[in-house]
Design a protein around this ligand. Structure first.
Ligand code: TYD
Ligand code: MG
Length: 462
C-alpha cells in the first residue's frame, strides 16, 4: 500500500521542501514550513481519446478570439488599471493590507456592475451579511441584482454560485475560505491554495468573472503568496498609508493588458472617491521653494514609485569631523555621490555635515535615484530650490556621466501621471510621455545647469 505523498511548503515564499526544516532554504524565513499532503488524484484510466468534457486541441487560428474583451466595471480608475475592465471568466486577485479599503472598493464596484444590469454575488467570508448590508447602505451601492451571502466553506460557495448564477463573483477574502475536507488550518497555505484552485476552476467552468480578495502579509507578499499569483489571470495591488487618504491601485500581473496603469482614490466618509488628476495631491505634501528637495521616479520591484529625496548640508562644528547621515539611502552611496560632486562639479562638502533622506520612510536602493540625490545635495549647498514639478532619474558614474536605468519610460509615465512636467534624464532616454519635457543631460554638470542657474556656481566655502 502506498502512503499519501506529503511534503512541506513555505508559508512566506511558497517554496516546496521534501522535509520539515526550521528555516526555509529559499527565503530564509524561520518556522514558516507547513506540511502539505497531496490530494488523491481522481484520474480515469489512461487512454488516447480525451476524457468527456476535457479540452480538445484545435489549430490556433480556430480558437475564438472575441471572448477576451474587457467589460467596463463602471469605476473609471479600476477600468484604467485593467485596461478597460474585467474580462469575462477571468480571475483577479485584489491584494492589500488589512484596512486599506479592499472591501470598500469591491462593494462600490459590485454596486456599479449590478446597476448596469449584470448579476453579482458577494461572498463575505469575514463580515456578516448584516455588516455588509449596513456598509453598502452607507456607500449607497445597493442594487437589485447585487446578491450577498456570508460563507466560508468553499463547497458551499460553489453551491451558491450554482444557485445564483452570477456574472461577477467576489470572494472576500480568500484567506477566510476553507475546505472542510482538508486537514490543515483555515488560512494556511495549503487551504488558501486549494480553495483558490477550486474557485479558479469554477470561474473557468461556469464562465464567472471572479475577484478574490487577498490580505498581504507584513513583508508585502500576498499571504499564501506566489502560490496564488500564478493561479490567477490578474493580480491587483491596493496600497496606501492608513494615516493618509490616498489609495493606489496597480496591476502587478495582467494576462489581458499592460501593468503600467495606476488608479488613484481618496478614502473619504462616503467611500473611495476616484482622483482624476493626482499631480496637485502628491505635490501638496511638499513645501515648494524648499532647497534640498528633488523627486526621483524609482522602481519598487516592478512598480514605478515617486520618492522625494531631501538633503541638508550645513557647516560642521569647528574641530569636529563632518557627519554624514543617510536615512532610507545607502550610506556608501551618499559618500560616493559626495565624492563625484566634489571632483566633477566642484561642489565641496569636506567641511560640512551632510544629512540625506528618502521622505516618508521609503528605502531607496535604486541607482536611478543617484542624480536626484546629487541635485538635492547641490540645491541645499547653494540654498537654491529646484522647480517642484521636476523629476530627475539616472545613475551617476564615477566620471560624472549620467547612465541609463531600466524602464525609464515607465518611470516617466508615472511621473507625468502624477503631474510632473520636466524630467532630467540620461541622453539615451526614451521619448518623453505626453505632457512632459525631457532634458537630456550627458553629465552631472549638465544636470545641475538644467536644474537651476544657481546650482552651477561653485561653492565658495570649503
Ligand atoms: P475596508 O474596506 O474594510 O478594508 P479592507 O477590506 O482592505 O480590510 O476599509 C477599512 C477602512 O476604511 C476603515 O478603517 C474605515 C475606512 N473607511 C472610510 O474611511 N470610509 C468609508 O466610507 C468606508 C466604508 C471605510
Ligand atoms: Mg475587508
Amino acid at each position: 500500500m502506498t502512503r499519501p505523498q506529503s511534503h512541506h511548503r513555505c508559508a512566506e515564499c511558497g517554496a516546496a521542501a521534501a522535509r520539515w526544516v526550521g528555516r526555509c532554504p529559499t527565503c530564509g524565513g524561520w518556522n514558516t514550513l507547513v506540511e502539505e499532503r497531496a490530494a488523491p488524484r481522481a484520474s480515469g484510466p489512461p487512454g488516447l481519446a480525451p476524457a468527456p468534457g476535457a479540452a480538445v486541441a484545435v489549430p490556433i487560428g480556430q480558437v475564438p478570439a472575441d471572448s477576451l474583451h474587457p467589460v467596463p466595471t463602471g469605476l473609471a480608475e479600476v477600468d484604467r488599471v485593467l485596461g478597460g475592465g474585467l474580462v469575462a471568466g477571468s480571475v483577479t486577485l485584489l491584494g492589500g493590507e488589512p484596512g486599506v479599503g479592499k472591501s470598500t472598493l469591491l462593494l462600490q464596484l459590485l454596486g456599479r456592475v449590478a446597476a448596469s444590469g449584470a448579476r453579482t454575488l458577494l461572498v463575505s467570508a469575514e463580515e456578516s451579511a448584516h455588516q455588509v448590508r449596513l456598509r453598502a447602505e452607507r456607500l449607497e451601492t445597493i442594487a437589485a441584482q447585487s446578491w450577498l451571502v456570508a460563507e466560508t466553506d468553499v463547497a458551499q460557495i460553489e453551491a451558491h454560485v450554482e444557485a445564483v448564477k452570477p456574472d461577477l463573483l467576489v470572494v472576500d477574502s480568500i484567506q477566510a475560505v476553507s475546505d472542510a475536507d482538508l486537514a490543515s488550518e483555515p488560512g494556511s497555505v495549503t487551504q488558501v491554495r486549494a480553495c483558490a484552485h477550486r474557485l479558479v476552476r469554477l470561474a473557468k467552468d461556469r464562465n464567472v468573472t471572479t475577484v478574490l480578495v487577498g490580505h498581504v502579509t507584513k513583508d508585502g507578499s500576498l499571504a499564501g503568496p506566489r502560490v496564488l499569483e500564478h493561479l490567477v489571470d490578474t493580480v491587483l495591488s491596493f496600497t496606501g498609508d492608513r494615516h493618509h487618504a490616498l489609495r493606489l491601485l496597480r496591476a502587478v500581473k495582467h494576462r489581458f493588458g499592460p501593468t503600467t496603469e495606476l488608479g488613484l482614490f481618496e478614502m473619504s466618509e462616503g467611500g473611495l472617491e476616484p482622483i482624476a488628476d493626482a499631480g496637485h495631491l502628491f505635490l501638496s505634501d511638499r513645501r515648494e521653494g524648499l532647497a534640498g528637495s528633488v523627486v526621483a521616479p524609482i522602481l519598487d520591484g516592478r512598480r514605478p514609485l515617486l520618492v522625494e529625496l531631501q538633503a541638508l548640508v550645513v557647516p560642521a562644528p569647528p574641530g569636529a569631523p563632518p557627519r554624514r547621515t543617510a536615512q532610507g539611502i545607502d550610506a556608501s552611496k551618499l559618500h560616493l555621490l559626495l565624492a563625484v560632486l566634489d571632483r566633477r562639479a566642484r561642489l565641496h562638502t569636506a567641511a560640512k555635515d551632510v544629512y540625506a533622506m528618502a521622505v516618508g520612510g521609503a528605502r531607496v536602493a535604486d541607482p536611478g535615484a543617484d542624480v536626484a540625490l546629487a541635485l538635492a545635495i547641490a540645491s541645499s549647498v547653494h540654498e537654491c530650490p529646484i522647480a517642484p514639478d521636476l523629476v530627475a532619474c539616472g545613475e551617476l558614474g564615477l566620471g560624472g556621466e549620467l547612465r541609463q536605468v531600466p524602464q525609464l519610460g515607465r518611470r516617466l509615465e508615472e511621473a507625468a501621471r502624477m503631474g510632473f512636467r520636466t524630467a532630467i534624464v540620461p541622453p539615451s532616454a526614451p521619448p518623453a510621455p505626453e505632457g512632459m519635457e525631457t532634458l537630456r543631460a550627458a553629465t552631472l554638470g549638465d544636470a545641475l545647469a538644467f536644474a537651476g542657474r544657481g546650482l552651477t556656481v561653485p561653492s565658495t566655502s570649503r
